[in-house]
Ligand binder design. Structure first.
Ligand SMILES: Cc1cc2nc3c(=O)[nH]c(=O)nc-3n(C[C@H](O)[C@H](O)[C@H](O)COP(=O)(O)OP(=O)(O)OC[C@H]3O[C@@H](n4cnc5c(N)ncnc54)[C@H](O)[C@@H]3O)c2cc1C
Length: 490
């Protein structure tokens, strides 16, 4: 019986769950980690096939230096293994004739913020004149001067409102920021909370974004899970949590498809909506809380194609193609939710073997390409999106199609099937998790401590801030500390 008793059970080995379990084991908790897949990594999982190693879709992270990732690896006694690329990232934006032109950024170095000369060149590439540059500089300087307290006060307004209230930014620069909101938060720029945008982009400006991990991005979380086991933690892969046991308002354990396990503390990385509405059951919560949870807005989705090339085509680690027409604001996002397929697509792609050459057979390349879409796992017009993405790839990178020897298409249905149960209509295939929108960020973010004794959420739905996987790790640190304090006081 004691074999099935733990101090803490963590459900899910994603970027939130695996680090949180490892941190708890390090603090001396007898911890069980339950994961439905055969490895850690969640949405950032790395897989292998025919000599390639790759994530199921494009994943890079940020900030690179002085980040929660570095802190985590140091705390677990692991080498960082974080890596970047000489041609770090490339941005593509069309000229007046509609031809996409690149702007390349070089490998960032630790302790160095953005190079002013590179930034100036980037502004020129966006076609920005001196007047526009003056306005952008004013905006950048005033934003950089905000204190943490002043940033917190911006929980109530969107980043769009923050910008248009005070600044008259050139259109192309505005599209550039729109693309950033779409890629970093996977949200329309006129929904992202200004506080979250400013805090996150500050971290990334100071400490670089767009890094990868040797051996695959998901390797980062596999290493956490291994460290967890070394610290005495027990992992059960291919085990699905079916129910969280609750008696008299307290958690008592988890029923899985492989047996029942007991613990007075359960940390769920399965997502706040699946945890409340399915794993615990709404009958255990106050009606107002259930309504709040049901009303939470997810991020948008990303869908796309994994292209396997017979020759290395891309020289960069990550590419972003955007235009004034292709970044998503609320209006474009609503049109897509109504079933429209965007004529002009925003494209984000990552080439794992440009970060780590061991990830592809000699002379080949795997390109993980994506574009924005609704979070709905039951989208009906996937094929139209995939076909248009194929055309967009050829339009931005002429000659690309001729190098493709195989391709695999993925959708929000695959995202949901891999990691997140669909418990509400049109939700489950979200890219990030909870949307970092006004009303769900900073002081409005759901508490990681659920209103049931001993139940916590970890990952992108509660407890952290920042971009995707980084937010998961930030949450892991914060939730591990919360659990420790809960344990001490109960
Ligand atoms: C297409 C795409 C591209 C992305 N690109 C980036 C990027 O470039 N940079 C970035 O930082 N982020 C990116 N992300 C987002 C990032 O992957 C997520 O934000 C992050 O993985 C969320 O972490 P999490 O811990 O909250 O949850 P998840 O990653 O969803 O992990 C949850 C874990 O819980 C497990 N689980 C769920 N339910 C159960 C259950 N009942 N029983 C057992 N186990 C369960 C799942 O299997 C999973 O392992 C991308 C995501 C997608 C889909």
């Amino acid at each position: 019986m004691t074999a099935n008793r733990f101090d803490v059970i963590v459900i899910g080995a994603g970027p939130g769950g695996a680090p949180c379990a490892a941190l708890l084991a390090k603090r001396g908790f007898k911890t069980l980690l339950i994961e439905q897949n055969d490895r850690a990594g969640g949405k950032a999982m790395t897989v292998s096939k025919k000599g390639f190693r790759y994530e199921l879709w494009p994943v890079t992270g940020g900030p690179m230096y002085n980040s929660r990732f570095e802190e985590l690896l140091t705390e677990l006694g692991l080498e960082t293994g974080l890596t970047t690329h000489d041609i770090h990232m490339a941005f593509y934006y069309p000229d007046d004739g509609g031809a996409y032109r690149p702007f390349f950024t070089n490998r960032p170095l630790p302790g160095q913020g953005p190079d002013p000369e590179v930034m100036m060149a980037q502004m020129r590439w966006l076609g920005i004149d001196d007047a526009g540059l003056g306005e952008i500089t004013r905006m950048a300087m005033e934003t950089a001067a905000l204190s943490p307290y002043e940033i917190d006060q911006l929980d109530d307004i969107t980043y769009y409102d923050y910008l248009i209230r005070k600044y008259n930014l050139p259109k192309s620069f505005y599209s550039f920021l729109g693309m950033q909101a779409n890629i970093v938060f996977v949200l329309p720029i006129d929904l992202v909370a200004a506080s979250e945008f400013i805090r996150t982009s500050r971290d990334m400006m100071a400490n670089a974004a767009g890094y990868y991990s040797k051996g695959g991005y998901g390797r980062l979380f596999e290493r956490c899970a291994k460290a967890f086991e070394k610290l005495g933690g027990k992992v059960r892969y291919r085990s699905r949590a079916e129910k969280i046991l609750v008696e008299h308002g307290r958690v008592g354990g988890v029923i899985t498809n492989k047996g029942t396990f007991h613990a007075p503390i359960v940390v769920s990385n399965a997502g706040i909506q699946p945890t409340v509405l399915k794993l615990v059951g709404q009958e255990h919560f106050d009606k107002g809380y259930v309504n709040r949870v049901r009303d939470l807005v997810p991020s948008l989705g990303l869908m796309g194609t994994r292209y396997f090339l017979n020759t290395p085509f891309f020289k960069e680690g990550a590419n972003f193609a955007f235009s004034d027409e292709s970044y998503w604001n609320q209006e474009r996002s609503l049109r897509a939710k109504a079933g429209e397929v965007p004529e002009e697509m925003l494209v984000f792609n990552v080439i794992p073997s440009n970060f780590d050459p061991d990830l592809a057979p000699e002379g080949k390349q795997c390109v993980l390409a994506s574009t924005l879409c609704p979070a709905d796992p039951e989208m009906r017009n996937n094929k139209a999106y995939w076909d248009r993405l194929d055309r967009m790839m050829e339009r931005v990178w002429p000659g690309f199609t001729a190098t493709v020897e195989a391709k695999e298409r993925y959708s929000t249905r695959n995202v949901s099937a891999l990691v997140r149960d669909q418990v509400l209509p049109k939700i489950g295939g979200e890219c990030i998790g909870l949307g970092q929108v006004v009303g769900q960020c900073g002081r409005y973010k759901p508490s990681p401590a659920a209103p049931i004794s001993g139940l916590f959420y970890v990952g992108c739905d509660a407890g952290g801030y920042g971009c995707g996987t980084h937010q998961g790790v930030d949450s892991a640190f914060n939730v591990a500390r919360l659990v420790e304090l809960y344990h001490q006081t109960h």
